[in-house]
Design a protein around this ligand. Structure first.
Ligand SMILES: [Zn+2]
Length: 167
């Protein structure tokens, strides 16, 4: 299946760098893009779009309504912004187009609704990772940590993993 990474604004705010991911399609919703307000983060994302490393997209309105309906059932609706809904809806649209989307997000409500909708997700929390010292391999792009010594590429974004010595 063709993998595509969907970036939530929290992914960018937590240090995800779309420029470092070169072998995987990456998409952000227009609403998520508008939630990124810090100048340096905005500049990073806009540059990634400019050089076609990252695409911006808008989900179908009827898919957003479908996501809202599910979120209401799981009691997540009030915790989801328009941007959050758009990220989830974008994932459903992409599944329909035959893609295998993975939402990169640290937002628990997005993760919860994604689970119910059968959408894959992966947390980022690169910031937290800098504090953690008990790990060996990490992905410099999405920040995922690995204990397994036998892999060389990130399971989420396909970026070559880096090694950090245990202190
Ligand atoms: Zn990665």
């Amino acid at each position: 299946m063709k993998r595509v990474l969907i970036l939530d604004s929290s992914a960018i705010m937590n240090g995800y760098n779309p420029l470092l991911v070169t072998n995987c399609r990456q998409i952000i919703s227009v609403d998520a893009l508008n939630e990124i307000l810090k100048d340096d983060e905005k500049a990073l994302v806009e540059y990634a779009i400019e050089i076609d490393r990252l695409e911006k997209a808008t989900p179908k309105p009827e898919t957003i309504m479908k996501v809202e309906e599910v979120a209401r059932k799981t009691n997540d609706r009030k915790y989801l912004s328009n941007s959050d809904l758009s990220i989830l809806a974008l994932a459903l649209d992409l599944i329909e187009e035959g893609w295998n989307p993975v939402i990169l997000t640290d937002d628990f409500s997005i993760q919860n609704v994604a689970k119910v909708l059968g959408i894959e997700y992966a947390p980022i929390a690169t910031r937290g990772i800098r504090k953690v010292i008990n790990w060996k391999l990490y992905c410099p792009a999405c920040g995922r940590r690995y204990e397994d010594e036998d892999i060389s590429e990130c399971n989420v974004c396909g970026t070559k993993l880096k090694r950090k010595p245990r202190p």
